[in-house]
Ligand binder design. Structure first.
Ligand code: PAF
Length: 293
């Protein structure tokens, strides 16, 4: 039987920094370059997270996965208290994927004086789409991601394309603040039926799970219709998602990949369609790249 000695689970910033320092020295002593890769997560890991960790293991030498349910990015009426917390099974999954460290701090370690009073702002795009539905969400997300970058000092950080607006805002923060980290983006992992993997999928009962497929089916229909232009893509997605039971559409929008602002009807080029809906009682998001010739 193989006994897995990794990952080390660490819950304080000081301990993580000193263990990372040692790990880097060990890699350097063997003559290697010690590239640190961070995968920020909120736990409740699924195969989508595993794909991020696999990318991290391939991309660098020392892989840190953070597991922290960040209160700053939850609104007052949101699911902070009920967000799934599954540290033991998460660590077992990360052992299989070859992560070196799990950083799982308590809230008081990250915010010793209560909610941080200094925060990043995600700007205008941070108030659109997910940000319109969840005011303050992206400010809280960027604040914790910046804290994690400062704590871990990674060379590379890995994010999932499923949270497309999050990726856009993190990439823009890195550019705006000249942060020394490279962002790598891993394609969305889906069930065989197309449903994008999400920690919140576990809240879907069977009818809602069936209905939730309409998001990816609608997006795929939009991508197929995109040759006829933006309005055709939107109509194609609406036809599928609008017909699905239990699905309450929040937004369906086609955005420019460099600005994340909505494109005009006559736009041509690469774009991204973003969708969010409440399915049953669970809010889900998804997105797809569109090629509009
Ligand atoms: O995508 C997530 O799980 C979270 O928003 C992140 C990036 C870990 C920040 O809390």
């Amino acid at each position: 039987m193989t006994v897995l000695t990794k990952p080390e689970v660490i819950d304080t910033i000081d301990e993580l920094r000193s263990r990372l320092c040692l790990a880097k020295q060990n890699v350097a002593a063997k003559g290697g370059d010690a590239h640190v890769v961070l995968v920020p997560t909120m736990g409740a890991l699924h195969d989508g997270h595993r794909a991020l960790v696999r990318r991290a293991v391939a991309a660098g030498d020392i892989v840190v996965v953070s597991i922290f349910v960040n209160p700053l990015q939850f609104g007052v009426d949101e699911d902070l208290d009920t967000y799934p917390r599954t540290l033991e099974t998460d660590v077992a999954a990360l052992a299989e994927e070859g992560a070196d460290f799990v950083f799982a701090p308590h809230t008081r370690e990250m915010y010793p004086d209560g909610a941080a009073s200094t925060r990043l702002t995600a700007g205008a795009v941070g108030g659109l789409y997910e940000g319109a539905a969840r005011p303050g969400h992206f400010d809280g997300m960027l604040t914790v991601v910046a804290k994690l970058f400062n704590i871990v000092e990674p060379d590379i950080a890995v994010f999932g394309q499923k949270d497309a607006q999050q990726v856009f805002l993190v990439e823009r923060m890195v550019a705006d603040l000249n942060l020394r980290v490279r962002i790598e983006v891993v394609p969305t992992v889906r069930e065989d039926n197309g449903l994008a993997l999400s920690s919140r999928n576990r809240n879907l009962d069977e009818p809602a799970r069936t209905a939730a497929r309409s998001l990816s089916v609608g997006l795929t229909a939009a991508a197929a219709a995109a040759h006829a232009g933006v309005p055709a893509a939107i109509v194609a997605a609406h036809a599928v998602i609008g017909a699905a039971p239990l699905v309450k559409l929040d937004y369906l929008v086609v955005v420019h990949p460099h600005t994340y602002l909505p494109v005009d009807d006559d736009y041509r080029g690469q774009a991204r369609m973003l969708v969010a809906a409440v399915v049953g009682s669970t809010r889900l998001i998804d997105n797809i790249s569109l090629d509009i010739p």
